[in-house]
Every structure is written in structure tokens, then in C-alpha cells.
Design a protein around this ligand. Structure first.
Ligand code: MIC
Ligand code: SF4
Length: 646
């Protein structure tokens, strides 16, 4: 067996391990973050559990820490009280970014983890089967229910050689993105192996697994070996280590093998406006740069920040560049301080930012008009930085520093790069910002749950009707991300208030979408979204389904849909149709009246439905291939509606 299937087999609750078939998995650990967490816990509260049923569940606060207005602080108070009530470990704001912290303090090789954040696969860096999911799926896992996925095909990435100085893990994942792109990989897992692994430490592996999300795969996974053991020993939890690898004769189990010689990997960048738009740094060299930001769950580890500090030591940031650093965790900050390296950042002219997602989710540090911004984060979707005209390039920490020093895109291998950073024998451990470790898994039932005015309720869906009159409320193209559908940044603070947040659906694409949908909804006309390929890329935010549901969106018709978003649509009762003939996409215009007869009966018995377009007088067919479980959820109007009906 390959490593992926070993972990699937050891957690299989139902189904057979056959690629393409739905399987149910036992989930050992969950994580949430504050931006998706409030909805996840509001849903969990309705499930009637006395305490969480997992081995470990952690609630992190790292996204919404800007606190302009009362909303974020209200969310934090709610999350803290829910955590205490139900036995969830709570990571206070300021402790660090969820994925970095989970890797440092809780992740265990061989365990399953789902998180209400798409970069949960970071845990693959220490041999976990770690997957991003919608908040409702995480709530179900906390209630002891299995997690459903399509049994994946596994691609082996066979690493040989060793990275050259100035080239690092970010360049490796960008090379993988250059090969596989950011769409067309639904249903795959990337499994890393080969002699090249020996030179990649756990933080580097975590960078690769983290940004594997941008491929659209289910997850990425590394073996658990002596390097993994060294990392866990440094975190003073060597007893969590177990050795894990694919069997020697697993070769025939892979869909394909991609061989990557690390020695030949060059510094790379993902160019505007998609992480799959990869170019070499040499091809971009000389371009003037206005902003450089180091941080995010991809590149904010001790390894990354120490490399940055050593490269900056004794030098100054170029006067035309604004340079910011957001460390991944307190442990990273404290370690750099102990080694006298934090001051090198400050001396060089860095703007020291909080240990949070911050700039990565666009809730501060928006670049100027048309500015070129180099970031070590993982997404550069148009407008995500908060500035629509900004040109965001995703790069390694080494390339970021090279630009910060020279004011232009520069190949870092041309500069003097420090020798590879090794993490210390033992990290300093201070877990005091994790609350409720003593009541983990049990909770304190008498805790009063704090619900400030920002804490709303979760709207419910309604069953699929027998026939449906709809309007094509919007027609969008390919690679529409959940950032397009449900903007974050300055809008992030409304996550706990669905009616308010729903006013911003498709805000950057068509600000009139909300009003048109409400008018249709109130007139009894359903709304339909028409989309091209790879709809729902990026974030796991279930609000990208929940808020459209609130606006009366009953269905989506797309050429293809990304994994987590498709699951979220079903969870909230929005029918995820695919064009049987993709050319029919061209025949539909925004505003077309689309009618479906016999909808519920058709969904009950088969998977194709005929839709009439009254403007063209023609009909076309769409497909919705569902398992019986999904069919039940969808017909009931979503998972919560189904549970209530039961
Ligand atoms: C992101 O990077 O887009 C986020 C913000 O972390 C999201 C989660 C969210 O929208 O709250 C993700 O990646 O899932
Ligand atoms: Fe936070 Fe950015 Fe990572 Fe999302 S991608 S979890 S916003 S740091």
C-alpha cells in the first residue's frame, strides 16, 4: 500500500478503498479558526452533544484580530466560552497561526485531522492525513460523526537531489504547481517520497503540504521518518512519533509519479492573479517592487524567519519598499529573540506585524494602487490583498528578502545566502496561551456561553421543490474563487452574521447581485449561478454556500466544481449541477429564465435533469451525480435541515 491508503485503511468507517467511490473516515483531531469557527460552533451547539467526541479539538483565533469595531472581540468571547463548555482547547489571539501552531504543538503522525480551513493539509508535513473542510463537516466530526470524501487517486512526487542555497520549499511547491496547475486535480492526493526527502526538514515539508492546497487536491502527505522524529523531539513530544512510509512495493498503486530533482529547482514566483501562474524569478528579474511581506501559514516558521533575519543582518531595507514580517507563532518570536535575531529584523527596517494571518487575508497591509507586492503567502487572487489593481507575486522568504534589499525582483541565489537553518535541539515551550488543556475532551457544562450582538444564528434551508422557476442571477467564467463569491478582508468581521455578510456576495464581481437575488427570492423565483471550470477554488469558507443559500440561490450550473466547495453546496442544499455538454454554457445569458419540471423526482431517481431556457426556447441537460447520502441531504435542503426533519 502507499502511505495515503494505509492511513485511509486505518480510519475507514464505511465504503471500500476504490478511487472515485465515497468513503467515510474516523476523524481523530479537528481544528477551527475564528473566521469559520463561529458558524461551525453554532452548528455544533445544535447537535446536542455534551462534549467533543474527538481525541483532540482546537479552536484557534488568528484571522480576525484587527478588531475595528466590536465584532471580532464578540466572536473571540463566544469562541472562548464554547471551547470551555465543550472541552475544546482554545488558542488565544496572539498565540499564532492555526496551522503553524498545530504542527508545533498537537499534530501527530498517522492521525486524521480535519479543519475548517483549506490549509489544514499543512499537517501532512508530519505524516498526518489532514484535510480542509466546511465548518459544518468539522462540527459533525466534533460530534463523533465520520467525514466523507471521495476515495482519492494518489500521485507520487519522487524527490531526488538537494536544494541549492537560496532555493527553498516554496520553490518546490511552485515547481509542482507549474507541473499540475491550480485546477483539474480534484480527487487527488500528492504523496512525497524519495531520497531528496532527507534534506527537507519538517517546516519545509509543511510549506509544501500547505500550498499543495492550491493544486485543488484532497491533501498532501509526507512520510514520518527520522526528520519527523527530530522535529517532535525538539517540540518535546518525541513520544508522539511513529514511523510511517509507503510499502517498498507500492509503486503500482500510484496514478503516476512526478520526478523532481531538487538540485535543479530554481527560485520561482506565482504571478498575478493565480497561484498556478508560475514563472521563474529570472524571467521577472528587475521588476520594481513596492511592498514585501513575509508570513502566513506557508512561510512563517522558525526556519523561514531565521533565514530572513540572517539575510537581513547588518543591511537596510530599500527605501522604496515597505517590508513587513508576521511571525507564525509566539514560539518563533521567542526563539528569534533568544538568539538575538529578532532585533536584526527591526534594525533592517522591518514593520513587525502580529502573529496572525493578517495581510494574507487582506484585512490590513493593502498595497497601493497598481503596486507590485511580493508575499510569501499562498494565494494571490485578484483583490484578495484589499487592492484590486495590485499585482501580487507569491515567492519564497529568500526571494522576498532579495527584493526587500534591492527594491526589485532579484534572484536570491545571486546574493550571499546563509547556510541552511537547522532548528534547535529543543525549542522553548510555553503553552500558556492555550486554554482549557485540563478540561480538554470533557468541558465545563456550567459555562455560560457569551453571545454578543455580532453572534447571529445559522439560517436553515428548505427541501428541493418538485418544480422550480429560476433566473440565471449571475454568469461567471473559469476559476471563480471563494474570495470572489464571499469576500474576506474588510468584510471578514461579519462572518457570524449571515444576513449582513450576505449583502457582500459577489461584491467585487457584481455589486448588484445581492439586490437582484433578494428581489427574485421574495417573488418566489429561485436564483441560479452559471459558472465555467473550477468553480469554488481556494478557501474552505462555507459562507460561500451559506450566504448564497440565504439569498435564495437554489442551484449552480458549472463546468467543474472544486472539492470542498462542492461539499459545502450540498451541506447547504444548493444543487451542484454540471453541464452535460459544456458548450451549453455559451447559450445562457445572465437574466435568462430557466425552468425545471420534475426536479425533486428527477433527483430522487437519477442524476440528469432537463432545464428549459425560455429566452432561447431550447432545453439542455445537466448532471448531478450523488451518493445516496448526498441525495438525502440535498433533497432535505441541507444537512441541518435533514437532521431537524429526522
Ligand atoms: C483563506 O486563506 O482563504 C482562509 C481565510 O484561511 C480560508 C478560511 C476562511 O475563509 O475563513 C481558507 O483557506 O479556508
Ligand atoms: Fe491564514 Fe492566510 Fe493561512 Fe488562510 S492562507 S490560514 S488567511 S495565513
Amino acid at each position: 500500500m502507499n502511505l495515503t491508503y494505509k492511513l485511509l485503511a486505518s480510519h475507514l468507517v464505511s465504503g471500500t478503498l476504490e478511487a472515485g467511490k465515497e468513503i467515510a473516515l474516523r476523524i481523530d483531531q479537528t481544528l477551527t479558526q475564528d473566521a469559520t469557527g463561529t458558524m461551525a460552533y453554532l452548528q455544533f451547539e445544535q447537535m446536542g452533544c455534551d462534549h467533543v467526541q474527538t481525541e483532540l479539538s482546537v479552536s484557534y483565533v488568528d484571522h480576525n484580530t484587527v478588531q475595528v469595531g466590536f465584532e471580532n472581540a464578540d466572536d473571540h468571547a463566544y469562541l472562548q466560552s464554547v471551547a470551555q463548555r465543550y472541552g475544546i482547547i482554545y488558542s488565544r489571539a496572539g498565540n499564532g497561526i492555526c496551522h503553524q501552531l498545530h504542527l508545533e504543538r498537537f499534530g501527530k503522525p498517522g492521525k486524521t485531522l480535519i479543519g475548517s480551513d483549506s490549509h489544514t493539509p499543512t499537517g501532512g508535513g508530519i505524516g498526518m492525513l489532514a484535510m480542509g473542510a466546511g465548518g459544518l463537516d468539522v462540527a459533525c466530526a466534533m460530534a463523533g460523526q465520520p467525514y466523507y470524501i471521495t476515495c482519492p487517486r494518489v500521485v507520487r512526487v519522487w524527490l531526488t537531489g538537494e536544494l541549492r542555497p537560496g532555493v527553498s520549499a516554496k520553490d518546490v511547491i511552485l515547481a509542482v504547481l507549474a507541473r499540475y496547475g491550480s485546477s483539474g486535480n480534484v480527487g487527488r492526493v500528492m504523496e512525497y517520497a524519495g531520497p531528496g526527502l532527507a534534506s527537507l526538514d519538517v517546516p519545509s515539508r509543511a510549506t509544501i503540504a500547505n500550498m499543495g492546497t492550491e493544486l485543488g487536491v484532497t491533501t498532501s502527505i509526507f512520510p514520518s521518518d527520522e526528520e519527523t522524529r527530530r522535529f517532535l523531539r525538539a517540540q518535546r513530544r518525541e513520544s508522539d512519533w511513529v514511523p510511517l512510509a509507503a510499502d517498498d512495493d507500492a509503486e503500482g498503486t500510484y496514478e503516476e509519479t512526478f520526478e523532481l530533482d531538487l538540485t535543479r529547482v530554481e527560485p520561482m514566483a506565482a504571478c498575478p492573479h493565480n497561484p498556478g501562474n508560475v514563472a521563474t524569478i529570472d524571467s521577472l528579474a528587475g521588476m520594481a517592487v513596492h511592498q514585501v511581506l513575509v508570513g502566513s501559514c506557508t512561510n512563517s516558521s522558525y526556519r523561514d524567519l531565521k533565514t530572513v533575519a540572517l539575510m537581513l543582518a547588518g543591511r537596510k531595507i530599500h527605501p522604496s519598499v515597505s517590508f513587513g514580517v508576521a511571525p507564525g507563532s509566539r514560539q518563533v518570536v521567542l526563539e528569534l529573540m533568544r538568539e538575538g535575531l529578532f532585533e536584526k529584523l527591526v534594525e533592517a527596517g522591518a514593520r513587525i506585524l502580529e502573529n496572525t494571518c493578517g495581510f494574507c487575508i487582506g484585512n490590513h497591509q493593502s498595497p497601493g494602487t497598481n503596486a507590485v507586492s511580493l508575499r510569501t503567502s499562498n494565494r494571490n487572487f485578484e483583490g484578495r490583498s484589499g487592492t484590486k489593481s495590485a499585482q501580487v507575486y507569491l515567492v519564497s522568504p529568500e526571494t522576498a528578502v532579495a527584493a526587500a534589499l534591492t527594491g526589485k525582483i532579484t534572484n536570491p541565489t545571486c546574493l550571499e545566502c546563509p547556510p541552511p537553518v537547522r532548528f534547535p535541539e529543543r525549542f522553548g515551550i510555553d503553552d500558556s496561551m492555550f486554554l482549557f488543556r485540563d478540561t480538554a475532551g470533557v468541558g465545563v457544562p456550567e459555562t455560560e456561553i457569551i453571545r454578543g450582538p455580532n453572534i447571529g444564528t445559522v439560517p436553515g434551508g428548505s427541501p428541493v421543490p418538485d418544480s422550480l422557476k429560476t433566473e440565471a442571477a449571475i454568469k461567471v467564467g473559469d476559476k471563480i474563487t471563494t474570495d470572489h463569491i464571499m469576500p474576506a478582508g474588510a468584510r471578514l468581521k461579519f462572518r457570524s452574521n449571515v444576513p449582513k455578510y450576505a449583502t457582500f456576495v459577489f461584491e467585487g464581481v457584481d455589486p448588484t447581485f445581492h439586490d437582484r437575488c433578494i428581489a427574485n427570492r421574495d417573488a418566489g423565483i429561485g436564483n441560479i449561478i452559471i459558472a465555467g471550470d473550477s468553480y469554488g477554488q481556494g478557501s474552505s469558507r462555507e459562507h460561500a454556500a451559506l450566504c448564497p443559500m440565504y439569498l435564495g440561490v437554489r442551484a449552480l450550473i458549472a463546468k467543474s466544481i472544486e472539492r470542498i466547495h462542492a461539499a459545502n453546496l450540498i451541506n447547504f442544499g444548493i444543487i451542484p449541477f454540471l453541464f452535460e455538454n459544456p458548450a451549453d454554457y455559451d447559450t445562457i445569458e445572465q437574466g435568462d429564465k430557466l425552468e425545471i419540471d420534475e426536479l425533486a423526482p428527477a433527483l430522487k431517481t437519477g442524476d440528469t435533469v432537463t432545464i428549459r431556457n425560455s429566452r432561447t426556447g431550447t432545453a439542455f441537460r445537466v448532471r448531478c451525480t450523488l451518493t445516496d447520502r448526498q441525495r438525502g441531504i440535498l433533497l432535505a435542503g441541507g444537512l441541518m435541515a435533514q437532521s431537524k426533519a429526522k
